[in-house]
Design a protein around this ligand. Structure first.
Ligand code: COA
Length: 631
C-alpha cells in the first residue's frame, strides 16, 4: 500500500489569518447540491411586448434614425396581437414547462459547441496572476506542486458538496458550473463539438495531466486510501516528469487543438485512428485538469510583464514557444512558467469566469500556507508518459496547425494595465455603482476614439436561476450616449455633464438589475429566433433586419470578473474590428485587459487602454470639481 509516514512540522514564518474558502462541513453532505439546486427558480421568459420595446430603446444609440424607423415597423409587425411573435412566445413558454432551463442547452450549443472558430483567442479566456518570485525549475516545481494541492483541496469541497453557496444581490446562486469544470473536456466534431464530463461517471478520474516540452504525463494525485497526494509527494512526481521530458524536439501534438473546429475535428479522427493515440487523448480528456509547465518566454520589462503573460495564457506565444504545451480543449489548464509567469486558460463551454476565479482565489491562498516538511515517504511509481504515434498525415496536420497558430499570435494585440489611481472606492464615494462607472468610462473612451457609440456587450450572471449562464447588459444606452456626447462639448456646463453621468450610471445599474433578474432582451430574442428555426419555414423579418445585425456586432465585448487575488482575466475581441475588455475592480485599483486584432487598421489595444484610463480620470475630475445640480 502506498502512503506516507508523516512527521509534519511548520517550516516558516508567521501564519496570517487565512482567506481560504472554508467548507460548510468537514464531512460529505450527500444530496446538498441537488436540494440547493431544487430550490432555485426557473429562468423566466420575459413578456414579448416588454422585450420589443426594450429592443428598440437599445438600438437608439447605435443605429441610424432612418434604419431605426424601418425597424420600428418590423418590430410592430412581429409583436402584433395574433402575430408570429406571440406564436413563438407560446412555444418558449411551453419549453419552460418541459425543461430545467429553457435556454441552457440552446445557449451551450449556439454560443459554444456550434461555433467553428478556434477556441484559442476566439473563445477561451485566460487569467494572469502576479509574477511569482522564482526564476528556476525548483521554484516552478514547488509552486506547481502547491497549486495542484490547492486545486485538490477545492475539489474536496465539490466532491463533498460542502462548497459554500454564493450570493448575488442577496439571492443564492446556481452552483452547477462548479460541477462542470473539473474532469471535463471539449471534443471536436465535424459539425458540432461536444463536452464530456467524467466527474459524473461511475469511476471518476484520479489523475491530472502534466505537460512539459510538449510531452504529456498522467499524474495520479490520490493515494490508494483515497487521500490526495501531499505537496511533497506531488513535487517529487513533478521532478520525475521534468527529468524525463528534457528533449525539446518532440512533436507538439497539443497544437492541433488550436485549429478551426472543423479542421481539428478531421485531424482528431485521423489522430485517434491509432490505438495508442486514442488512449493518450482519452487520458488527457479524462484527467481532472491539466498543468502546463512552460519554458521561459522572451523577457519583458515589469511594465510589459502582464501583457506578455496575457498572451502566454491566451495562446502560448506561438509554435516556437509554448503553444504546443497545451491541450486547448481541456476545460482547465493551469500554466506555470520557469520564469515565474503563472495563470490559466479555460475552455469556455462549461463555465463562466467567476467560478474559475474563485478556484484561483482559493489556490492562491492555499499556496501561501507555510511549507510543511514530511519525511520519510514511500516512493510512488513513475508517472506514465503518454505516447503518440506521429504518422505523416498527423505530422502534416501539426505543421498546418503551427502555421495557423503563428498567424493568430501575430494578429492578437493585448494590453494589460493596472489603473492605480483608484478602484471601486471612488465611484462608491460618489454613490455610484463601480461597474457602471467603469462601463460608462469605456463608452466615453470609445466615443472619443470613433465619434460614435457601438453595440456593447457586458456579461451579466443569470445564476440566480437554475442552470443559469449569462445575459447581455447593453452598456451603450440612450443615457450613456447623451453623456459621452456632452462630456467634451464646450457649450455644456459641468453641472449638466455631472447630471448626465449620474443618469448614465443609474441607467446602467438598472439594466444590470433587469439582466440578472432574467428580464433583459438578448437571450429572449435568441430564444424566439431558435424557436422560429424549430417551428417555422422561414425566419421572421426581425432577425433578418440590418439593425439586428448591428446590435449583435459587438465592437466592445466586455466583462467584469472580480477576484480577491490581484489577477486579471483576458479574452480576444468577438468581431474583427472590435475590442475585448475584461477588468477586475479592486478597492483601490483596477486591473484591466484590452485586446484587439492587428489585422484591423482601426483598432489598437494600447490606445484604447490609454483612452480608458484618461476617461476614468476625466470623469473623476469632473465629479470632484463640480457641485451637484439637478437637470
Ligand atoms: N453607491 C455605493 N456603492 C455601490 C453603489 C452605489 N450606488 N452601487 C453598487 N455599490 C457597491 C456594491 O454594494 C458592491 O459592494 P462590494 O464591493 O462591497 O461588493 C460594489 O459597489 C460593486 O457593485 P457594482 O459595481 O454595482 O457591481 P456588481 O458587483 O453588482 O456587479 C455585474 C455587476 C454585472 C458584474 C454582476 O451583476 C454580474 O453579473 N457578474 C457576473 C459577470 C460574469 O459572469 N462575468 C464572466 C463572464 S466570462
Amino acid at each position: 500500500m502506498l502512503g506516507i509516514l508523516a512527521r509534519t512540522m511548520v517550516k516558516t514564518g508567521v501564519v496570517k489569518p487565512s482567506r481560504l474558502v472554508r467548507p460548510v462541513s468537514a464531512a460529505r453532505i450527500a444530496g446538498r447540491y441537488l436540494s440547493h439546486q431544487g430550490g432555485l427558480p426557473p429562468l423566466p421568459v420575459p413578456p414579448l411586448q416588454q422585450t420589443c420595446e426594450r429592443y428598440l430603446s437599445a438600438l437608439e444609440p447605435i443605429v441610424e434614425e432612418t434604419e431605426l424607423e424601418h425597424t420600428r415597423q418590423v418590430v410592430a409587425e412581429f409583436a402584433r396581437p395574433g402575430g408570429v411573435g406571440e406564436r413563438l412566445q407560446t412555444g418558449l413558454e411551453r419549453r419552460v414547462r418541459k425543461t430545467e432551463n429553457w435556454l441552457s442547452d440552446w445557449w451551450l450549443q449556439t454560443a459554444y459547441l456550434d461555433y467553428r472558430m478556434p477556441v484559442v483567442v476566439h473563445s477561451s479566456p485566460g487569467v494572469v496572476l502576479p509574477r511569482l518570485e522564482f526564476s528556476d525549475r525548483q521554484g516552478q516545481m514547488r509552486y506547481a506542486a502547491k497549486l495542484i494541492a490547492g486545486v485538490l483541496d477545492f475539489k474536496t469541497m465539490i466532491d463533498n458538496e460542502t462548497l459554500p453557496v454564493e450570493y448575488l444581490g442577496g439571492q443564492p446562486l446556481c452552483m452547477n458550473q462548479y460541477y462542470q469544470i473539473l474532469s471535463s473536456c471539449r471534443i471536436p466534431g465535424t459539425k458540432r463539438d461536444s463536452v464530456v464530463n467524467y466527474a459524473l461517471g461511475k469511476r471518476p478520474p484520479t489523475h491530472i495531466t502534466v505537460v512539459h516540452n510538449y510531452q504529456f504525463f498522467i499524474l495520479d494525485v490520490y493515494n490508494s486510501d483515497g487521500s490526495p497526494l501531499t505537496v511533497d509527494q506531488i513535487y517529487i512526481q513533478l521532478e520525475k516528469i521534468w527529468s524525463s521530458s528534457l528533449q525539446t524536439n518532440k512533436e507538439p501534438v497539443g497544437i492541433l487543438t488550436s485549429q478551426h473546429r472543423n479542421t481539428w475535428a478531421k485531424a482528431y479522427n485521423n489522430l485517434i485512428k491509432d490505438k495508442t493515440n486514442k488512449e493518450s487523448v482519452r487520458a488527457i480528456q479524462k484527467s481532472i485538469f491539466t498543468v502546463c509547465l512552460d519554458a521561459p518566454m522572451p523577457r519583458a520589462s515589469d511594465e510589459m510583464y502582464r501583457s506578455r503573460a496575457a498572451v502566454q495564457m491566451l495562446h502560448g506565444g506561438g509554435s516556437r514557444w509554448n503553444s504546443g504545451n497545451r491541450w486547448f480543449d481541456k476545460t482547465l489548464q493551469f500554466i506555470i512558467g520557469e520564469d515565474g509567469s503563472c495563470g490559466l486558460i479555460y475552455e469556455h463551454a462549461p463555465a463562466e469566469g467567476p467560478p474559475i476565479v474563485s478556484i484561483i482565489d482559493h489556490v492562491v491562498e492555499y499556496t501561501k500556507k507555510p511549507d510543511e516538511v514530511r519525511t520519510p515517504m514511500v516512493p510512488l511509481p513513475m508517472p506514465q508518459k503518454l505516447r503518440f504515434n506521429i504518422t505523416p498525415e498527423v505530422k502534416s496536420d501539426i505543421e498546418e496547425a503551427k502555421q495557423n497558430m503563428n498567424i493568430m499570435v501575430h494578429d492578437l494585440d493585448v494590453k494589460v494595465n493596472v489603473f492605480s489611481h483608484f478602484g471601486k472606492n471612488v465611484p462608491k464615494a460618489h454613490k455610484m455603482s463601480p461597474d457602471a462607472f467603469i462601463q460608462i468610462a469605456l463608452q466615453l473612451a470609445y466615443y472619443r476614439t470613433y465619434q460614435k457609440c457601438c453595440a456593447t456587450y457586458e456579461s451579466a450572471s443569470l445564476r440566480m436561476f437554475r442552470l443559469g449562464r449569462t445575459e447581455t447588459i447593453r452598456s451603450a444606452s440612450i443615457a450613456s450616449a447623451k453623456f459621452v456626447k456632452a462630456m467634451d462639448d464646450p457649450s455644456k456646463q459641468s453641472t449638466e455633464k455631472v447630471a448626465l453621468m449620474e443618469k448614465a450610471v443609474k441607467a446602467h445599474r438598472a439594466y444590470t438589475d433587469m439582466a440578472i433578474r432574467g428580464q433583459a432582451i438578448d437571450r429572449h430574442l435568441l430564444g424566439l429566433k431558435l424557436q422560429a428555426i424549430e417551428d417555422l419555414a422561414s425566419l421572421p423579418q426581425i432577425f433578418m433586419d440590418t439593425s439586428y445585425a448591428v446590435a449583435l456586432h459587438y465592437n466592445l465585448s466586455t466583462s467584469q470578473v472580480p477576484a480577491k487575488t490581484d489577477c486579471v482575466m483576458c479574452f480576444g475581441p468577438v468581431v474583427p474590428d472590435g475590442y475585448g475588455v475584461c477588468y477586475n475592480p479592486m478597492e483601490g485599483h483596477i486591473n484591466f485587459a484590452v485586446s484587439a486584432f492587428n489585422s484591423c487598421e482601426d483598432t489598437n489595444a494600447g490606445n484604447m487602454a490609454q483612452s480608458l484610463e484618461k476617461a476614468l480620470l476625466d470623469i473623476r475630475s469632473l465629479l470632484e470639481h463640480t457641485p451637484k445640480a439637478k437637470l
